[in-house]
Design a protein around this ligand. Structure first.
Ligand code: DAT
Ligand code: MG
Length: 139
């Protein structure tokens, strides 16, 4: 029996625009995880409202939607045992200026002075979130 799990990973519009798709994929592959699905997508406000349901009512949400619809994202399903915990550790803290060196956000991100947090990647935070988000993006 396999204890493999899946996570939804997004390379966000800043990551795509800055040419960091390969870097993110390289880190995932170098770690030994498997990309099961991958697609370049333009997120819509409707998709994001479902994806970020927990944040819709928060003051930063309008800026988050503007950021996330500024250009295409690369959506991926990544597989492997404990991949959710592993990818969240690889991504680093939500705010790139607090993310540890060695993480995707800590190595590749910064505060751009635009007001919102641009942090290159999304990764589902639990098996339940992953199942919900994979259904939203790839269902
Ligand atoms: P993560 O992406 O680390 O799972 P999250 O789910 O709490 O973080 O937030 C989702 C996105 O929303 C995050 O990537 C950027 C934005 N965000 C979260 N908290 C924020 C805050 N306090 N101020 C501005 N943007 C925020
Ligand atoms: Mg989150």
């Amino acid at each position: 029996m396999s204890n493999s799990e899946q996570i939804l990973v997004l390379v966000k519009p800043d990551g795509v625009a800055r040419g960091l798709v390969g870097e993110v994929i390289s880190r995932i592959e170098a770690r030994g995880y498997v990309i099961a699905k991958l697609e370049l997508r333009q997120a819509t406000a409707e998709l994001l409202a479902a994806h970020y349901a927990e944040h819709v009512a928060k003051p930063f949400y309008p800026a988050l939607v503007e950021y996330m619809t500024a250009g295409p994202v690369v959506a991926m399903v990544v597989e492997g045992a404990q991949v959710i915990t592993a990818f969240r550790t690889m991504a680093g803290a939500t705010d790139p200026i607090k993310a540890a060196p060695g993480t995707i956000r800590g190595d590749l991100g910064r505060d751009w002075g635009t007001g919102e947090i641009r942090n290159i990647v999304h990764g589902s935070d639990s098996p339940e979130s992953a199942a919900r988000e994979i259904a939203l993006w790839f269902g």
